[in-house]
Ligand binder design. Structure first.
Ligand code: GAL
Length: 459
């Protein structure tokens, strides 16, 4: 058996827009995802999170399912537009009540809540009236919203994540336009990213000044990154792989540890990369109590020697023309239903890269998982491929710990099948199958396997 450290935290994760539904109930205002889903062609089959997993109404049953598999911790996000329907002003009592009840239900079942304040569902008013993350004002708006959450939930919530994946918000939302708000630009991602970082820092500042001492919690940020393996042993390709990880992860992690952007980005992005004021630098530096990491896939990286501007062959490279990195995958690598390559050792290498660059921070994997299309046969879901995936990735996590990485927990994405953004309901990441017509939940083979793993603290 692969044993994990005694205090290792075993969790699972979801996000508000992907599971809650009840998009216009309980005084909630519309979010940019509510709006984006109405634009023809943006989401597969015109689907939306209007109903999703109906978790808003079924959360007590969902917590029972969590209890059944023995989760230590559950990571969910708060929909800003439930707390402040227009993104600003007085809190909406029904929104406060909903999350308060969810938190109480979790605690009554010995499940520790891990709360993300922003998982992409920006109140629509802030987008329409203020240009969303492009407006520097949003850092103060976000901090005010975070303040409300700390005040109302911080007596019971001891683990806060300010933002989920600012890279996705910036690149997919403002660069490639495939996620809300659907903008395409080669400069806006850097401006949005800059304001996301400032918003994170302002929220952390409020938590630390007003709440942390008396509430005794921790606060951090979750970044996402794939691993980039040099395509060859050449110095150029090694540098290209390093550059690709810096453009992906260090873009957001360097500022929160060191108060500045990576040098390679400053040199290449030039005046499209904003610079931090002294005040913002000071607030950013050391503004995370742990390293939250979402990790899914690996690609090979090569230097783009021929100078062609169109460098991205396949996958999630970000603004590739700024990086001059060619990304590919090995044909023999198995792929998930998202076409993401399954390369468990990439996870270990990334953990070691983080450990090295940021001086052995405590790390929590706040998302890892895979989409496979398996559905029920005679009332059972045999998702052995997901079990194999999890075994592979958790084995490498275990190895990383043995190699000295301070990995403290793992949140499996996802607790149940849900609305997978632009892919709609076609991509199933859950360890519980959800029938979106009847809302029936069926634990998959992976849910039973995960329950055993948690019980044994390893497998
Ligand atoms: C992450 C995101 C999740 C989920 C997952 C699988 O980027 O935070 O919401 O969609 O990817 O695609």
């Amino acid at each position: 058996m692969k044993a994990f450290p005694e205090k290792f935290l075993w969790g699972s994760a979801t996000s508000s827009y992907q599971i809650e539904g009840a998009w216009n109930e309980g005084g909630k205002g519309p979010s940019i995802w509510d709006a984006f889903c109405t634009v023809p062609g943006r989401v597969a089959r015109g689907e939306s999170g209007e109903v999703a997993c109906d978790h808003y109404h079924r959360f007590k049953d969902d917590v029972k399912l969590m209890k059944n598999i023995g989760l230590h911790a559950y990571r969910f996000s708060i929909a800003w537009a439930r707390i402040q329907p227009n993104g600003r002003g007085k809190p909406n009592p029904d929104g406060i009540r909903f999350y308060s009840e969810l938190i109480d239900e979790l605690l009554a079942n010995d499940i520790v809540p891990w709360v993300t304040l922003y998982h992409w569902d920006l109140p629509l008013a802030l987008q329409m009236e203020n240009d969303g993350w492009l407006n520097p004002q949003i850092a103060d708006d976000f901090a005010a919203y975070a303040d409300i959450c700390f005040e109302h939930f911080g007596d019971r919530v001891k683990n806060w994540i300010t933002l989920n994946e600012p890279w996705v918000v910036s690149i997919l939302g403002y660069g490639q336009g495939v996620f809300a708000p659907g903008r395409t630009s080669n400069s806006e991602p850097y401006l949005a990213g800059h304001n996301l970082l400032r918003a994170h820092a302002y929220a952390v500042d409020i938590y630390r000044r007003k709440y942390q001492a008396k509430q005794g919690g921790q606060i951090g940020i979750t970044n996402n990154c794939d691993w980039r393996e040099p395509a060859t042993d050449s110095q150029e390709d090694k540098e290209a792989a390093q550059r690709a990880v810096e453009f992906f992860l260090a873009w957001f992690a360097d500022p929160v540890y060191c108060g500045q952007y990576p040098k390679v980005m400053v040199a290449r992005v030039k005046d499209r990369l904003p610079s931090f004021s002294d005040k913002d630098k000071g607030l950013l530096k050391n503004s995370t109590d742990f390293f939250g990491l979402n990790h899914y896939a690996t690609m090979l990286a090569a230097n783009n020697t021929n100078g062609s501007r169109k460098t991205e062959v396949y996958g999630n490279g970000g603004l590739s023309e700024d990086q001059d990195v060619l990304l590919t995958v090995k044909k023999e690598w198995e792929k998930t239903d998202m076409h993401w390559a399954i390369v468990p050792w990439g996870c270990r290498k990334l953990l070691e890269w983080i450990d090295d660059r940021y001086g052995r921070p405590p790390i929590y994997i706040t998302e890892n998982g895979c989409a496979f299309p398996e559905g029920p046969v005679d009332g059972k879901v045999d998702d052995q491929r997901r079990v194999d995936f999890l075994k592979g990735y958790l084995s490498e996590c275990n190895q990383a710990i043995a190699n000295g990485v301070d990995l403290r927990g793992y949140f499996l994405w996802s607790f149940m099948d849900n609305f997978e953004w632009a892919s709609g309901y076609s991509k199933r990441f859950g360890i519980h199958y959800v029938d979106f017509e009847t809302q029936e939940r069926i634990p998959k083979a992976s849910a039973f396997w995960y329950a055993d793993t948690i019980r044994n603290n390893g497998f």
